[in-house]
Design a protein around this ligand. Structure first.
Ligand code: AHN
Ligand code: ZN
Length: 324
């Protein structure tokens, strides 16, 4: 039998025991019950890496190209295969440089009837140009970290939840934003970025979630994820919870309790327009450019992806979800 426990905790209890214990209701016992660790699915880093590479192999996922269309289709068919309920939001948006893009936000819902829901998001498009490239800033690039890494982690979450023996108590919505990366670099308008999350936040209808977690550039070697400023401002409790759980299960080297500045990312619009508190797990590096010298260059390829980072992020998010 496949083990359903991925790391060793002091005490692991099956849900039946938790229920039984909670029937014997003294306040003290309730206190203890709430502290129990619920086992979560094993996040498979090789599988996540495979999904990252699968996106990269399709070529740059630049909106209005055939590669982009295909990459979206792959996301949808994998979500379907892993039993998620698909919702597609088709829309068009005009970029800061006057292009009209045909875009798709894709949502895969697990446990679609559950009322309490957690939103896990990433972007799936790649930037049309390696704009920080020293020699030719007009070329497209693989976007292995900036684009594919988040997709790989979300797809592996769907797969590992489906193959595990229990669903989480909460509903989980895996949301793939389109059109994130066609923005104006270096002092341009902030709203030129994140076209998919802006559209989604304005057109989400009655959708509601308890909180959200955004993943952006979550596959880099020795990645560090700081307390980003917008996350602190709108969702500080979630930030603390996720970082605490990460360190409890052994990923404190990635999730560092260090305050950093604000990053204009999809979570900004989800927080301010959709009014869902959302944090950003985003790669940070000291030095110029904030994200590392590979960012928005052709060096953002599979060589900079580390399975251990995918694992740290994916296992942490799964663990958090299963504790709800
Ligand atoms: C800027 O680079 C302006 N914002 C970070 C959002 C982003 C771009 N994430 C990935 N690429
Ligand atoms: Zn980018």
């Amino acid at each position: 039998m496949k083990s359903r426990i991925s790391f060793s905790f002091g005490h692991l209890f099956i849900p039946g025991l938790i229920l039984l214990a909670s029937c014997v209701s003294s306040e003290q016992q309730k206190e203890e019950v709430t502290k129990l660790v619920v086992p979560s699915p094993e996040f498979n880093q090789d599988s996540a890496y495979f999904f990252v590479n699968e996106q990269v192999e399709l070529g740059p996922r630049v909106p209005n190209t055939a590669n982009h269309q295909l990459a979206g289709d792959v996301i949808i068919s994998r979500l379907e295969k892993y039993g998620a309920k698909i919702t597609i939001q088709n829309f068009s948006a005009t970029t800061y440089d006057g292009e009209s893009l045909v875009l798709r936000n894709i949502m895969g819902s697990i446990n679609p009837k559950a009322k309490k829901r957690i939103l896990i998001a990433t972007h799936w498009d790649t930037r049309p140009w390696a704009s920080k490239e020293e020699t030719d800033p007009s070329v497209p690039f693989d976007g292995a970290n900036d684009g594919a890494s988040g997709v790989g982690v979300l797809l592996e979450m769907a797969r590992s939840i489906q193959t595990f023996d229990s669903l989480p108590n909460v509903g989980v919505d895996l949301l793939f934003f389109d059109g994130e990366d066609w923005g104006e670099e270096g002092g341009g308008s902030q709203d030129s970025w994140c076209l998919g999350s802006q559209y989604w936040s304005k057109n989400k209808g009655s959708y509601a979630a308890y909180y959200g977690i955004l993943l952006d550039m979550v596959g880099g070697k020795n990645a560090k994820f700081p307390y980003e400023e917008i996350s602190r401002k709108y969702a500080n409790k979630i930030l603390k919870k996720v970082w605490t759980e990460a360190s409890k299960i052994g990923y404190g080297d990635y999730f560092i309790p260090r305050k950093e500045g604000s990053i204009a990312d999809d979570h900004y619009y989800v927080n301010t327009i959709a009014k869902i508190p959302m944090i950003d797990i985003i790669h940070w590096e000291p030095g110029p450019g904030y994200f590392g010298d590979w960012h928005h260059t052709t060096r953002d390829d599979m060589d900079i992806i580390d399975k251990n980072t995918l694992k740290a992020v994916g296992q942490t998010v799964l663990h958090v979800i299963y504790q709800e």
